[in-house]
Design a protein around this ligand. Structure first.
Ligand SMILES: Cc1cc2nc3c(=O)[nH]c(=O)nc-3n(C[C@H](O)[C@H](O)[C@H](O)COP(=O)(O)OP(=O)(O)OC[C@H]3O[C@@H](n4cnc5c(N)ncnc54)[C@H](O)[C@@H]3O)c2cc1C
Length: 412
């Protein structure tokens, strides 16, 4: 049986950063990364970005690590193989190739998978998902010839993909369950601004609707909606969210909720097992909330904290992360906890001249998150307000004026 001092399941940014961090701290200990994808680390973020998908950027630019990097750092890369079982008492992981691997310290950085459709006709050719490099390659090939796309789902990735489709002159119909774009991640006024942009660029939006069936022969030729209407199309892009691939962990007894439950040190309920990245449902000390956070910056920072802990430097994770998304010249930014839960206060800073809208979320008298449409200039100061837990009691009215300088809220 193979034995590694450090075993990492998942070769994305969280897992790879952890391996890199461990190697800096421990030059000798054996490290292995098990990944169900065959590739070295690549930029998942680039997979929906127009310049890359349209082939305007060199294909090599997607690679963040070359195969040589693993060799030079003495990190075994076990690619194209899944972990299928964990025994936390015997400290071993079973792999899809039938092998068992023993570990001393284990990191579960297994990210998320694209949620797949199970409706009639969903096995036809011409239906695309987007999570991994192979998905993007398939989309890049398809957009060379396709003429009418139906795009399902109203997340940020859909916004980016809509721009790609329209720039290639592919007729695009967006079908979404929600009342407005990206509900409830965005507020209604924000969602409406994004919708205006989409419609101005000839994306047809069908709201509060679901697809019930895909029709055609071997290839897609259209979809049937819940109201029995049909839309002819030759490609369907199904962007209906993610699922967390934790099924194989259930028998291990590890604490699972939506993701893998951990504390602020990213330690799971099983000794010597950590989690990091999109899959980690962790105690966020900066926000004082339990969080699942699907962004690149968070995953990389988690990887570093987990890598440090595994190699002997236990540190709590405390960081305010942000993410941006772009489409048709509009930018959407997300900072911290953007959930406008009923007990929270929401402040809007609207500037119609700039087509910008910032929504700040308060818990009690402190800022815990924000969404920013076409106003990235305020990202830094809002991050600071969150980090420093600045008391903004009684300031809501001032803060709703877009001319009010948020910097003046920081005590000197
Ligand atoms: C199209 C797209 C665009 C995005 N754009 C942005 C953006 O603009 N900005 C931003 O901040 N974030 C963006 N994100 C999100 C960001 O990419 C993720 O937050 C980040 O990649 C998560 O990293 P991770 O290492 O936690 O997980 P992942 O990158 O998902 O890596 C986990 C790896 O583990 C593998 N795995 C799962 N189960 C097993 C198993 N049992 N055995 C072996 N391997 C397994 C997975 O297949 C995967 O290879 C985007 C995501 C997508 C899909």
């Amino acid at each position: 049986m193979q034995h590694f001092k450090y075993l990492i399941v998942g070769g994305g940014i969280a897992g790879t950063t952890a391996a890199e961090t461990i190697r800096k701290n421990d030059g000798e200990g054996t490290i292995a990364i098990v990944s169900d994808e065959p590739y070295p680390l690549y930029s998942r973020v680039m997979l929906s970005k127009p310049a890359f998908v349209r082939g305007e950027q060199p294909e090599e630019s997607v690679w963040l690590k070359k195969p040589e990097w693993y060799k030079e750092n003495n990190i075994a890369f076990i690619g194209g193989v899944s972990a299928t079982a964990l025994d936390g008492t015997a400290k071993k992981v079973t792999l899809s190739n039938g092998e068992d691997v023993e570990y001393e310290k284990l990191l579960l950085a297994i990210g998320a998978h694209a949620r797949k459709w199970t409706i009639p006709g969903s096995d036809k050719k011409g239906i695309f998902y987007l999570r991994g490099l192979d998905d993007t390659k398939a989309i890049m090939e398809a957009v060379k010839t396709k003429k009418h796309a139906v795009l399902i789902g109203s997340g940020c990735v859909s916004f980016e993909i809509a721009e790609i489709l329209r720039s290639l002159n592919i007729a695009t119909t967006l079908v979404m369950r929600e009342k407005y774009f990206s509900e409830p991640l965005l507020s209604e006024p924000e969602g409406k601004i994004v919708e205006q942009t989409l419609e101005k660029n000839d994306v047809k939006i069908i709201r509060e609707m679901e697809v019930t069936q895909v029709y055609g022969g071997e290839e897609v030729s259209g979809v049937v909606l819940k109201n029995a209407e049909t839309i002819d199309c030759d490609m369907v892009l199904c962007m209906i969210g993610v699922v967390f691939p934790t099924e194989w962990l259930k028998s291990s007894g590890i604490s699972l909720h939506r993701g893998i439950v951990s504390n602020e040190f990213l330690e799971t309920s099983i000794p010597d097992v950590w989690t990091a990245g999109d899959i980690a449902e962790y105690n966020d000390k900066a926000l004082q909330e339990t969080m699942l956070c699907g962004n690149w910056m968070n995953s990389r920072a988690h990887g570093e904290i987990a890598g440090l802990a595994m190699s002997g430097q236990r540190k709590e994770y405390k960081m305010v992360t942000f993410q941006t998304s772009h489409g048709f010249g509009d930018t959407i930014g997300f900072i911290g906890d953007t959930r406008a839960l009923p007990e929270r206060t929401v402040i809007y800073r609207r500037n119609p001249e700039k087509n910008s809208l910032v929504r700040i979320i308060l818990r009690g008298a402190t800022v815990i998150g924000a969404t920013l449409l076409n106003n990235m200039a305020e990202m830094g100061i809002i991050t600071k307000l969150i980090k420093e837990q600045v008391n903004v009691a009684g300031k809501a009215e001032e803060m709703s004026n877009p001319e009010f300088d948020l910097k003046t809220l920081i005590p000197s």
